[in-house]
Design a binder for this molecule. Structure first.
Ligand code: GAP
Length: 599
């Protein structure tokens, strides 16, 4: 029941997105391209507002974060260093009958009777096919179904009239080996690299092979030294980047949620390793409990910085209108963590299409991941490029000689162990790893180390979809004759609403009203996005803006012109979208009032 309701809700949302110009299928006139989406006039404004809010919060309002805008195509070695060339893959399976491809981990477990065949022989000419095949038949379904599907399979193998061979059955419980749509056997799972390939230059050869970036993060690591040197930042500090990323997803799905082209907003926040913090400040501050740990302190280690960014990011989502109750803070279990990650928290949004727990509660789907990635990324680029990624820390150099010898030994050992573990995991020969880790530990004592990183990584498109789902509401509102009707209203937070204010002359055939309304439009336009509308009954115009999610409407009527007396001259009606309340406001008060409520 709940699922039927949520799929109905999703259908309404998808249809509104098309009808009102939020999101269109890419290349729709040619039948569309799976996993690619275009943003229409309202969607483009919404996305721009999301990115502006993120950029402002993450860079402009902070002293310790600077921006970067790097290219989409980078040197292919970047992706070798990051591990994407060898490991950025999902396991895929193909249906042996329809050839449809699935992500192996997205196949729902099924139960039934599996019918196995060793092959088939053509009744017309005796040709044999010895390919094994199987079909899962759900309980209650006739066994002939398996035979029908098996015959189709052998027909595809070239037999005109297949006579099935070696049929045997077996009960199968919670199996993921069969196509849930037709019961046909799937291929064995095999890895499929998600990077989209291209060639740089006029020759299509292996030497010119390149990739469209699957994440924006790696450019930040590759440019770390340049940014550090030119921005005069000191650790801890961050580099933020927004931009397109591409993944050849096996099954794009859930509208824009899993796309093949999308945008990311990523911050790489570089911090001192805990051993350096301990050497400088005597110890590393520990989290005192859940929640926001407050203003950053110099003695924070990776745990407090990680907690800080999780809380900052949740506060960001709340500040643009996603209620806390719609979000889930999911701490990845140790076995789910990437090998270099010390902790990862996913911020999930309860999309209508999210899976539900046994109580029927939505579990949520990932909007953003906040990972404590140790010094893995910079170390990898150091190894692959041969360029130093270590920084020199004056405070560490000064603090080290003042430490007790026992402390020096303990910190040097801890650092050695961490570097040694990393190098061994990356496949360095034991002797080389030991020597390199010793050198790194020695360098620490002189003030050098490779920075660690905390990475909050969010998706623009997923956030746009979450905001659209969250905004969608239906309520009752009076029409022009005062009769109640169902109103569809997009309750966007004014900060991210595509249009902030709509301006309406009460009547379009009264030149004085139109002239005044255009003056009001021009007064507001330099400060916010304004939509001017004079077509149709005023109630209908309100309704159109409600569907677009415009939080304020300004109506210019005869009172504005002073026709009912001088006290109302140069006042307008200001209508609030959600409450539909209207109040009389002086025109010269509009800019400060609306700017205050939409920034
Ligand atoms: N640098 C880390 C990184 O890229 P990720 O979890 O793979 O981590 C980060 O991606 C965010 O990018 C996700 O939380 C999600 O919001 C967005 N994202 C990832 N794949 C996506 C896809 N196929 N379609 C839309 N958004 C996607």
């Amino acid at each position: 029941m709940a699922e039927a309701k949520t799929s109905e809700l999703m259908e309404k949302i998808v249809s509104l997105c098309k009808r009102r110009g939020f999101i269109f299928q890419s290349s729709e006139i040619y039948g569309g391209l799976n996993g690619f989406w275009d943003y229409g006039p309202l969607g483009a404004e919404l996305k721009r507002n999301i990115k502006d809010c993120w950029w402002r919060t993450m860079t402009r309002l902070r002293d310790d974060v600077v921006g970067l805008e790097a290219t989409i195509i980078m040197h292919p070695r970047v992706w070798e260093a990051s591990g994407h060339t060898s490991t950025f893959s999902d396991l895929m399976v193909d249906c042996l009958l329809t050839k449809k491809r699935f992500r192996a981990d997205q196949i729902e477990p099924q139960t039934g009777t599996a019918y196995f065949y060793t092959g088939a022989k053509d009744k017309t000419n005796g040709t044999a096919c010895e390919n094994a095949f199987a079909v899962l038949v759900a309980k209650g379904k006739h066994p002939d179904y398996a035979r029908k599907v098996a015959r189709q399979f052998y027909q595809l193998c070239g037999l005109a009239e297949p006579d099935l061979r070696g049929e045997r059955t077996e009960d199968a419980t919670q199996t993921t080996r069969y196509n849930p749509e037709n019961g046909a056997l799937l291929t064995e799972p095999r890895p499929f690299n998600l990077m989209l390939k291209t060639y740089v230059g006029p020759v299509e050869s292996a030497d010119n092979l390149s990739y469209l970036r699957p994440e924006t993060a790696q450019a930040i690591f590759a440019q770390f030294k340049n940014v550090l040197e030119t921005s005069r930042q000191k650790l801890p500090f961050g580099v933020a980047q927004m931009g397109k990323a591409f993944r050849n997803e096996i099954n794009p799905r859930n509208f824009t949620f899993r796309s093949r082209e999308f945008e990311q907003m990523e911050l790489e926040f570089f911090i001192r390793p805990d051993e350096a913090v301990a050497a400088i400040f005597g110890s590393v501050a520990q989290p005192s409990g859940p929640g926001h740990p407050g203003e950053p302190q110099p003695n924070w280690g990776w745990q407090l910085w990680h907690q800080y960014w999780v809380e900052e990011r949740i506060a960001f989502y709340e500040s643009i209108g996603l209620p806390r109750a719609s979000l889930v803070e999911y701490w990845q279990k140790p076995e789910e963590l990437a090998h270099y990650a010390r902790a990862t928290v996913d911020i999930l949004y309860k999309f209508p299409f999210s899976k539900r727990d046994e109580k029927g509660e939505l579990l949520g789907e990932e909007l953003e991941g906040i990972a404590a990635r140790s010094d893995f990324d910079l170390s990898q680029h150091q190894r692959f490029s041969g360029k130093q990624m270590a920084v020199f820390d004056e405070e560490l150099k000064a603090a080290w000689p003042k430490l007790q010898p026992a402390n020096q030994t303990a910190l040097r050992d801890a650092y050695f162990q961490a570097r040694h573990r990393y190098l061994l995991k990356l496949g360095e020969p034991a002797e080389k790893a030991e020597k390199q880790a010793r050198d790194d530990a020695e360098a620490l004592t002189k003030g050098y180390y490779v920075p660690h990183v905390i990475e909050p990584s969010a998706g623009v498109d997923r956030l746009a979809l979450a905001l659209i789902c969250n905004a969608y509401a239906e309520d009752q509102a009076p029409d022009d004759k005062g009769n109640l009707e169902t109103r569809v209203v997009m309750k966007f937070h004014p900060r991210i609403a595509p249009i902030k204010v709509a301006v309406f002359p009460l009547l379009k055939n009264k030149p004085e009203l139109v002239k005044k309304a255009k003056q009001v439009r021009d007064l507001l336009r330099p400060h916010m996005s304004v939509f001017y509308d004079e077509a149709g009954a005023i109630g209908r115009r309100y309704r159109r803006q409600d569907e677009a999610g415009t939080p304020f409407g300004v109506t210019i009527d005869f009172d504005t012109l002073g026709e009912k007396g001088p006290e109302l001259k140069d006042t307008v009606t200001l209508r609030e979208r959600d409450s539909m309340k209207q109040e009389r406001v002086r025109i010269d008060e509009l800019v400060p009032r609306l700017v205050d409520r939409t920034r």
